[in-house]
Design a protein around this ligand. Structure first.
Ligand SMILES: [Zn+2]
Ligand SMILES: [Zn+2]
Length: 156
């Protein structure tokens, strides 16, 4: 039997693509949008469902996505996005904030998945408006944001 390759079936693959495009359109009409990371569709209007910074990412993926995103961003862009993400995690998803407790407290106080973020009071400067140490982060400029709601296990 000869190894004659099967001709492509353009009609068949096109119809699958057309079908998918139609489905995607229908999902968008229903108010569902896709997480860039896990590709799941979630209800966009639902508060906290998707974090929106030009791309959309769901809560489960947010830490994973952020770790991957960080190195691709310029410093000022990263700071602005981190600020939004931290607020979103705290106000929409009840993430816990742990502040540095004392000198030598630079290491994360937990093994749980977390985000090391610039202090939300001094924006990472470590100083208050009077030039003294920021009392929120005791001058270290960082806080830890610890999700309390269940996250999808990280990619390995
Ligand atoms: Zn996701
Ligand atoms: Zn601070």
């Amino acid at each position: 039997m000869s190894e004659s390759s099967k001709p492509n079936l353009p009609g068949e693959s096109a119809s699958v693509e057309v079908e998918l495009a139609a489905l995607r359109n229908a999902l968008v009409l229903l108010g569902l949008k896709q997480c860039v990371w896990c590709r799941k569709y979630l209800r966009f209007a639902e508060p906290g469902a998707l974090f929106d910074v030009g791309e959309l990412v769901c809560y489960s993926c947010s830490l994973d996505w952020w770790k991957n995103k960080c190195p691709q961003l310029a410093e000022n862009e990263r700071a602005a996005m981190e600020h939004k993400l931290v607020h979103w995690l705290i106000y929409q998803h009840h993430a816990k904030v742990i502040r540095p407790a004392g000198k030598g407290a630079e290491t994360a106080p937990t093994d749980a998945p977390h985000l090391v973020a610039s202090c939300i009071e001094c924006l990472g400067k470590g100083k208050d408006t009077g030039g003294g140490h920021c009392s929120h982060c005791i001058g270290l400029g960082i806080i830890w944001v610890i999700p309390t709601e269940k996250l999808r296990p990280a990619h390995t």
